[in-house]
Design a binder for this molecule. Structure first.
Ligand SMILES: *Cc1c(COP(=O)(O)O)cnc(C)c1O
Length: 371
């Protein structure tokens, strides 16, 4: 695989898959079995995943976007329904709401970049049917409070836990608080499967049964369908990688959290940099290590010149994207998220960084003001 020219690369995939021999061995077994659509390898991983997150039921999908869409469809959310969701997620969260035929209603976020009861409450209307909070960056909103609000308002809750596989909130897994949790196994997520993959979880057997059928053409068996469905199936090639990668996920995330802790304490000493507050009872997946920085664009250039590959997630919030503006939003509607969008920097903070690279990263951020 191509090695990065950065001293501190953002991309961890070449390191994660440096030795593919185990996976190739697993694939050879799969290939010999001929089980290329659903079947035992997919079912095996679904059982493992349900156990891993502590959910009663789990249905795999071809990606996280379809997991969200499947969840919305299962809850019968569509035309005329409003779904409240944060304005600072990846496009897919809102894309799924629109694909289901419902209307996304954006809410602002808190200083930890997460939706909150306060920001959600402001967006409630007589048409609100559901709340779709996001575990943004692999950190989590305060789910118990959101569940309480949704309960008192009679709203469904779908959690976008796409970035949060392996996290926890007071020892409970993200995605298991609401009616349905949606997860992604895209290469940039904590559990990644060398391609696309997704998952929904629920403790409701009726929802689980419906999602299982809808994912596979509404089929009851080969000759019978119960309703019109689609094909959202996870590929067995990916399920096999998932079963392998989930084994050391906890230890890899443990390393990431150690790196997060180191970076938090060392970067907090630097002027012009703000680290989000961490909640002691939450375990983050550190999918995006995001800080706020003064003169962000100049800092990014400085970091790049000093061999640090940094990113922005994202410079334009969803409500200010072209289709967001078309919904009637404008600049100034989401004060917190908009000011964060101008200052956010995502630094490399993956488990393959060594002590030298971390020192290099911290001094590159530190030398920005001196320069
Ligand atoms: C990645 C991601 C998605 C979409 O998942 P895909 O598997 O890429 O379709 C949705 N929401 C969030 C928050 C994500 O990070």
């Amino acid at each position: 695989m191509k090695t990065s020219s950065y001293v501190v690369p953002y991309n961890y995939l070449p390191m994660q898959f440096a030795d593919p021999s185990t996976i190739i061995g697993d694939w050879e077994e799969l290939i010999r079995s001929g089980e290329f659509t659903l079947g035992p390898y997919v079912e095996h991983f679904e059982a493992e995943f349900a156990k891993f997150v502590g959910a009663d039921y789990c249905v795999s999908t071809n990606n996280g976007t379809d997991a969200l869409l499947l969840a919305l469809k299962a809850l019968n959310i569509g035309r005329g329904d409003e779904v409240i969701t944060p304005c600072n997620s990846f496009y897919a969260t809102t894309g799924a709401i629109v694909a289901a035929g419902a209307t996304p209603v954006f809410c602002d976020v808190d200083s930890r970049y997460q939706a909150s009861v306060e920001t959600i409450e402001k967006k409630l209307s007589s048409r609100t049917r559901a709340v779709l909070p996001v575990h943004w960056g692999g950190a989590s909103p305060h789910m118990p409070e959101i569940i309480e609000l949704a309960g008192s308002e009679g709203l469904s809750v779908i959690e976008d836990a796409c970035m949060a596989i392996g996290g926890s909130i007071e020892n409970q897994h993200p995605g298991t608080f609401g009616d349905i949790g949606a997860f992604s196994m895209h290469p940039l997520k904590s559990l990644n499967v060398m391609g696309d993959g997704g998952m929904v979880t629920t403790n409701n057997s009726d929802l689980a049964a419906w999602m299982k059928k809808y994912r596979n053409h509404g089929m009851v068996d080969r000759d019978t369908i119960e309703f019109w469905g689609v094909n959202m199936r996870l590929q067995p090639l990916q399920a096999v990688v998932a079963s392998r990668m989930i084994l050391d996920l906890p230890s890899r995330l443990h390393k990431r959290r150690e790196i997060q802790k180191t970076l938090d304490s060392r970067l907090a000493e630097l002027p012009g940099v703000t680290i989000p507050r961490r909640v002691p009872s939450h375990k983050e997946t550190v999918s995006l290590y995001m800080i706020l920085a003064e003169r962000r664009d100049q800092l990014l250039k400085h970091l790049s010149e000093h061999g640090v590959e940094a990113k922005i997630h994202y410079p334009i919030p969803l409500h200010l994207q072209k289709p967001g503006l078309a919904l009637g939003y404008s600049a100034g509607d989401m004060v917190v998220a908009e000011s964060q969008a101008n200052a956010l920097v995502t630094l490399p903070a993956h488990e393959y960084l060594n002590g030298e690279q971390i020192n290099h990263l911290v001094s590159a951020v530190g030398s920005f003001r001196e320069g």
